[in-house]
Write a protein that binds this ligand. Structure first.
Ligand code: CA
Ligand code: CA
Length: 465
């Protein structure tokens, strides 16, 4: 840059002596040269600060350079050595073995930034250990192709997107992604057959645990607080399991007893898990059955009136010897569909031991009534979970219409004639006409003169008594 600056200065002084046109031309040329040089320099420069490392290959040095830049290295709590000319083996968190970076240990060090675009990390082909836990890294964690990687700790950050593609890390044994905001299913770890330790708690993982089906080396599985819906694992295949926490999900299944001799820590609570045998007290204790959101069965409607019905149901095999405070039943109805609603909540019980509820309805309607087991939001789950099964159809009769003696065609002259016949003692053939006493206007439980007057006034459009 020095010669260019000097030339620029020289051209300014020369302008005072040389012809204006020549001078302008010269100045323009110099300016253009500076511009072109600047553009060339910018285009050719990396987005980061060109680290130089003496003890590892340049490709690995470039990877550290990119990593430092994208994770806001200048803001790291400790950044000893990074970007200096001292050997990389002395840099904070970097282990160099036989001339290659093998460990990157930078947990709890105020790393931040969106790391989606990191890709040179795959230059670190000898890496066996990465820990970036307890930082503020965000974005989709990049695809890794590190065939020697054994440990990847990236829990407690602000990562989004899916579980990273780790198919290029077949030797991975320990993976922690817990306490982030990761979505999607478990498919990206289904081929990591050497995995022994899997921490994924506190994310938004959905779908089935069946993706773990081949990972029978697992000893530790923590999936607490996700949105998983399906167990579908042959648990007996996981004979090495010591910890298996799947609590606070939406896993809907019928669990059978299993044999896992090494299993010490386990938590199945707050799901939709039923015991295969409702009388198996050990199994019920294992799944903490009163926390499970299991639908009631045998929903029925009785005592149906024009304005109400009693709804009864059989409760799941909860332990009713103690108060079941983990939620309640919502009695909901739809007037259009027994499966898709829309739903109106007609009543809620105070706990999950109750077996009946009287709901208020309107006359002359058909209702599809479901009883939903409902568990409210608890710490660690994202929102309520609920479960329904079956429904009851309720048809409420219409309210009687005063003066409509035959329950036909509202109130008309026929009703008046029928009352006249009653007053005159003329018999009415019950085979062709039914007389309904609920048409009684004045409440004396008989059809007589007051009722006739009411009917005639109504037909004449006169004010009614
Ligand atoms: Ca009538
Ligand atoms: Ca009467």
């Amino acid at each position: 840059m020095y010669p260019l600056k000097n030339l620029g200065g020289l051209s300014y002084h020369m302008c005072k002596f040389l012809s204006t046109i020549r001078c302008l031309f010269f100045k323009t040329s110099i300016s253009a040269a500076i511009l072109l040089f600047s553009l060339f320099f910018l285009a050719g420069s990396p987005a980061f600060g060109a680290f130089v490392c003496s003890d590892i290959p340049q490709a690995e040095c470039d990877a550290l350079d990119e990593f430092y830049t994208i994770t806001n290295g200048p803001n790291w709590t400790i950044k000893t050595g990074w970007g200096t000319t001292s050997a990389c083996s002395t840099w904070k968190g970097v282990t160099v073995t036989d001339g290659h970076v093998t460990d990157l240990k930078l947990s709890t060090n105020n790393l931040s930034g969106n790391i989606t675009s990191i890709n040179k990390i795959n230059n670190l082909t000898e890496l066996t250990y990465i820990s970036l836990a307890n930082n503020q890294l965000s974005g989709q964690f990049p695809t890794l192709n590190l065939s020697k990687l054994v440990t990847l700790y990236i829990h407690t950050n602000q990562l989004t997107g899916t579980i990273p593609n780790l198919s290029g890390c077949p030797n991975l044994e320990q993976l922690t992604l817990g306490v982030n905001a990761i979505e999607g299913d478990l498919s990206n770890i289904q081929n990591l057959v050497k995995l022994t330790y899997l921490g994924l708690q506190g994310n938004k993982i959905t779908g089935s645990l069946s993706f773990l089906g081949e990972l029978t080396s697992l000893t530790f599985v923590n999936l607490t607080g996700n949105d998983l819906t399906d167990l579908s694992l042959k648990l007996n295949d996981f004979s090495l399991l010591e910890t298996f926490n799947i609590n606070i999900n939406r896993i809907e299944c019928v669990l059978s007893p299993y044999q896992l001799p090494k299993l010490i820590w386990k938590d199945f609570s707050y799901n939709k898990i039923s015991p295969s045998d409702p009388s198996d007290s050990d199994l019920k204790k294992l799944i903490n059955i009163n926390t499970q959101t299991i639908p009631p069965t045998n929903v029925q409607a009785t005592d149906v009136t024009a304005t109400s019905a009693k709804i009864t149901w059989d409760i799941p095999p909860y332990d009713t010897t103690i108060e079941n405070k983990y939620g309640e039943y919502n009695i909901k109805y739809s007037t259009t569909s027994p499966t898709t609603g829309p739903w109106t909540i007609a009543a809620s019980t105070s706990n999950k031991n109750e077996t009946e509820s009287i709901i208020t309805l309107a006359p002359g309607n058909t209702y599809y009534v479901v009883v939903e087991t409902h568990t409210p939001t608890i710490e660690g789950n994202h929102d309520l979970i609920s479960s329904t099964k079956g429904y009851a159809t309720v048809k409420t009769p219409s309210l009687p219409v005063l003066g409509d003696v035959d329950h036909l065609n509202d109130v008309n002259l026929t009703d008046a004639i029928l009352v006249l016949k009653i007053l005159a003692g003329i018999g009415i053939d019950p085979g062709t006409t039914t007389i309904y006493l609920d048409a009684d206007v004045d409440g004396n439980d008989k059809l007589g003169l007051e009722d006739l007057i009411y009917i005639l006034r109504k037909l004449a459009g006169l004010p009614l008594p």
